[in-house]
Design a protein. Structure first.
Length: 430
């Protein structure tokens, strides 16, 4: 394959891991990350632009002769970046490939109500649910009373990962329903999906599909969402991940393929949704069976940090084929080792936290890969914190225990004021 000029959109740890992987390809031409962070400049050139400013993105496509746009996070997809860029490129007679679905496919993440109805239509296993608005709040309260605690309430739209509440008390759940519908999460909670709580162990499965029904399954992972050890405290964007989790064995993955992946892709095609990109399956294993908790329309974070390190194949040609609708690769080569990612976060996260803390220590360790997330470069060249989740240390090992120990050793060599990380990533799987 001839060289390809690539623009990757996003600025977090997910985009850093994707950039790390793509930069290794012999097919890479010019590589830009927009806006990127203090770590992504090692892999390509950072561009200071907003991924939801489609005019600015297209101007960069033209200026740098971009062949492939890889959309890292969900907001541009839900807002219709695929349609906007495709329309502009067609008017200019420019050939442009895009990894990421159009607005219709992005509704799988952009609307939990749409996703649940989609699963229902195609008999994809998921929790019992119902959707309510401010006009039907009393019906919502009655539905809650038919369920057992804990109660799961989800804002229908995108709420920056904060729109899911799990509540033990019926009275508190009914009160929360009113608060959400009154605008707690803005327009995102104009509708609220109430779900039956499923008990089991969660995992993430990632699929690349080219819109024709052809697909690849990436290595599965398990992430850790709670801020506290032992899965306690508030939900975060993710405190670490393990790839692969031991319970995602061949038998379980065969069920995921038969009951979830294939019906999902068949459903998209039957609804004439030309879906080209990543599908994230947020799953829960109840007994020996997989159920869908949610769909995302991009890779997950912090799972990407461990998943990308285990892909041994050249990913860039695969993404080109995905975007072009002619996926020929039948399986990805995988590194046989386990990868464990541990996220270092700002003190106070996921609530109020301070920024602009100087990061010191060894940022290029021998035993781990460090992926920057919420970082920026200071005027004097120092690296500063700029977000809640600051960086991830990812390590290989012959076991979860071995890989985790290496990541913890790496984090011990780093410092910023208020730095915090969980010390039990992967322990529940030993």
């Amino acid at each position: 394959m001839k060289t390809v000029n690539v623009l990757l959109l996003g600025s977090g740890g997910r985009e850093a891991a994707i950039a790390w992987k793509l930069s290794q390809s012999p097919c890479m031409g010019k590589f830009f990350i927009a806006p990127g962070n203090a770590g992504t400049g090692v892999y390509g050139t950072n561009l200071s632009l907003n991924p939801t400013d489609f005019n600015a993105v297209y101007a960069a496509v033209c200026e740098h002769d971009i062949n492939l746009v890889v959309v890292g996070n969900e907001d541009p997809l839900v807002l219709g970046i695929r349609e906007a860029l495709t329309d502009k490129a067609q008017k200019d007679g420019r050939k442009l490939l895009i990894v990421g679905p159009g607005r219709d496919g992005a509704a799988l993440e952009g609307s939990k109500d749409f996703a649940k109805h989609f699963m229902e239509r195609y008999n994809i296993p998921t929790a019992r649910y119902a959707t309510f608005t401010s006009e039907t709040v009393e019906e919502g309260n009655r539905f809650l009373s038919t369920l057992r605690a804990p109660y799961v309430l989800k804002a229908d739209g995108l709420a920056a990962g904060k729109g899911v509440l799990i509540i033990d008390s019926l009275e508190e759940a009914q009160k929360a329903l009113r608060t959400m519908l009154a605008g707690q999460f803005g327009d995102a909670s104009a509708k609220v999906v109430i779900e039956e709580f499923l008990s089991g162990i969660e995992c993430s499965v990632f699929v690349l599909t080219d819109g024709t029904g052809r697909y690849l399954v990436l290595p599965p992972a398990k992430d850790y969402k709670r801020i506290g050890e032992g899965d306690t405290g508030l939900n975060t964007g993710g405190m670490g991940s393990v790839c692969p989790p031991p319970f995602c064995n061949d038998e379980f993955m065969a069920k995921v393929d038969e009951r979830i992946i294939r019906p999902t892709l068949e459903g998209l095609r039957s609804e004439n949704i030309d879906y080209r990109g990543f599908i994230f399956l947020g799953l829960i294993k109840c007994g020996d069976n997989p159920y869908v908790i949610e769909y995302n329309v991009r890779m997950g974070d912090p799972e990407t940090e461990s998943v990308m390190t285990r892909i041994a194949s050249d990913l860039l040609p695969v993404l080109v084929e995905t975007a072009a609708g002619n996926l020929t690769v039948e399986a990805l080569e995988e590194d046989p080792r386990t990868a464990v990612a541990v996220m270092a976060v700002s003190g106070g996260y996921p609530e109020a936290y301070e920024k602009n803390k100087v990061i010191s220590g060894i940022l290029n360790p021998d035993e781990s890969v460090i992926f920057h997330a919420g970082t920026k470069e200071g005027a004097d060249g120092t690296i500063l914190t700029s977000g809640g989740r600051v960086l991830a240390a990812v390590s290989y090992g012959d076991s979860i225990e071995d890989a985790a120990a290496r990541s913890y050793k790496t984090l011990e060599g780093l410092h910023f004021d208020g730095m915090y990380y969980r010390r039990d990533i992967g322990k529940d799987l030993l």
